[in-house]
Design a protein around this ligand. Structure first.
Ligand code: SF4
Length: 247
């Protein structure tokens, strides 16, 4: 699946990718103060992106989980949400280890970087639209730094929307669907997946095989874009017969 889009990235290259002291979202800053009081040993602050700054695969999640990234200070680390993600990255040669245990373990991502649409823990795992927009400057800067040919893997509908916003695209421009693939204005690819949350994996909305298939597509676009494009054309033909399901 592809889409013709003409709106360029916003001029975000000069913006920082991350600010560890950011408190631009009052509700989230207040919530983190409460979480720090309850869990003094937790990171409980904005969670930085993890991985190679020059990576061609950027994985975008939703936001830190209370006892996962918010505790350890590394995206998708320390709770259930990272199990499928890191195992799949390892199977596809994109990380040195199948598990991410803590921010100071030996894990190294290869040509891959993981970030979140919202860098601070939101109450009930639900950031407000205004918070997503406020934090989008950081994501926009990360997206603008990606080279042509890079791949953006959006985990879930909110991450998909954040990527569109970060690329200066209308929310209606590209529809979220598991396995959907789109061309982005800067020459990158956007690939969608259901979020690898405990809920989605335990209900089998997202299986290991489904996630591996998406990860394989990311790898294919990085290693053999000509074949990947042919695969996308075949998928588009098949979709004309049986459309994908949205989240
Ligand atoms: S969510 Fe983003 S913009 Fe909001 S306070 Fe945290 S780092 Fe800053």
């Amino acid at each position: 699946m592809s889409a013709l889009v003409s709106t360029p990235h916003p001029p975000a290259r000069s913006q920082p990718h991350f600010n560890p002291d950011c408190r631009a979202c009052p509700r989230l800053a207040e919530f983190l103060t409460e979480v720090r009081a309850a869990h003094p040993d937790y990171h409980a602050a904005p969670v930085p992106p993890f991985g190679d700054a020059q990576a061609r695969l950027l994985i975008v999640g939703l936001a830190p989980g209370l006892h996962g990234a918010n505790r350890t200070g590394r995206p998708f680390t320390g709770d259930y949400a990272g199990i499928l993600l890191y195992a799949s990255l390892f199977r596809h040669g994109l990380s040195s280890c199948a598990e991410s245990v803590s921010a100071d373990d030996a894990l190294v991502l290869k040509d891959c970087r993981i970030t979140n649409a919202v860098k601070c823990l939101p109450p009930a795992n639900k950031p407000l639209p205004a918070e997503m927009r406020t934090c989008n400057g950081y994501l926009s800067a990360e997206l603008a730094a990606l080279p042509p040919g890079a791949v953006v893997l959006a985990l879930g509908q909110i991450a998909h929307r954040a990527v569109l916003l970060g690329c200066g695209l209308k929310q209606s421009a590209l529809r979220f669907a598991h396995g959907a693939e789109y061309a982005l204005p800067g020459g990158q690819r956007l690939i969608d997946s259901y979020h690898c949350s405990r809920y989605n994996t335990q209900t089998r909305r997202l299986t290991e095989a489904m996630f591996d298939q998406v990860m394989a597509r990311c790898k294919a676009w990085l290693t053999d874009p000509v074949s990947a494009a042919e695969g996308a054309e075949r998928a588009a033909s098949a979709e004309a017969v049986e459309p994908r399901r949205a989240e």
